[in-house]
Write a protein of this length. Structure first.
Length: 221
């Protein structure tokens, strides 16, 4: 295994979700235990007050997305500009679009659209209910397939906060509350993603070792 895991864009994968019985790797599908150990990410605290959730719901669509409907795409472009190696990971070193038109890259647009839908679902539809956010967060680990490291998630998070900070709010106090709550939400989701990725990679390495051991035993029989 390399430093990160690249998956073909056109393939369908089961990616270490609670409902999956198979673990993805670039070349083979390995059977893994159906009973998963307790997730470390389940212990990550989710600290948002009722008022903070209210402010996030109030301004997410009507203020932030209304002023910057492509905020997730802009965040990705800015993050790649800050760390060009991020482009290698997203593209799996197979294709490099011209940076001048990178915002039109279909793969990047799909990633940004998926993230926007995920955040909007949690804030608007799920009302930031902790159980629902945790459940969806465990499943929504799409970045794990691209091998995002904590360093890249930090860059992404900072750029996301900068763009949200640039939006105009009707009341300064509500903007202050929104930014504090949004930072808390981003930190929670990124922490969960890092833990899920690390656990997934650990399971892949363990499964590969078991697979090689079984192949060796079979060759000796």
């Amino acid at each position: 295994m390399g430093a990160y895991l690249c998956l073909p864009e056109t393939a369908n994968y089961l990616c270490c979700s609670e409902s999956a019985n198979y673990l993805c790797c670039p070349q083979k599908n390995y059977r893994v235990a159906t009973e998963n150990p307790p997730k470390r990410s389940a212990k990550v605290p989710f600290r948002l007050s009722w008022y903070e959730r209210h402010i996030l719901r109030k301004h997410w669509v009507d203020t932030v997305l209304a002023q910057d409907p492509h905020i997730f795409l802009h965040t990705m472009v800015n993050s790649i500009s800050d760390s060009p190696r991020l482009l290698d990971i997203i593209a799996c070193k197979l294709y490099h679009p011209d940076f001048a038109c990178i915002s039109e890259w279909p793969k990047l647009k799909r990633m940004a659209s998926g993230n926007c839908q995920f955040f909007t679902k949690q804030i608007v539809d799920n009302h930031l209910d902790e159980d629902l956010v945790r459940k969806d967060s465990f499943i929504h680990i799409q970045y794990a397939a691209y091998g995002f490291k904590p360093f890249f998630l930090d860059i992404w998070q900072l750029n996301m906060l900068k763009l949200a900070e640039g939006c105009e709010f009707p009341k300064a106090h509500e903007k202050q509350v929104f930014m504090k709550a949004f930072k808390t939400l981003l930190a929670f989701l990124c922490t969960v993603m890092v833990m899920e990725y690390e656990d997934s990679m650990q399971l892949i390495r363990h499964t590969e070792r078991e697979y090689r051991k079984n192949e060796l035993i079979a060759s000796m029989v």
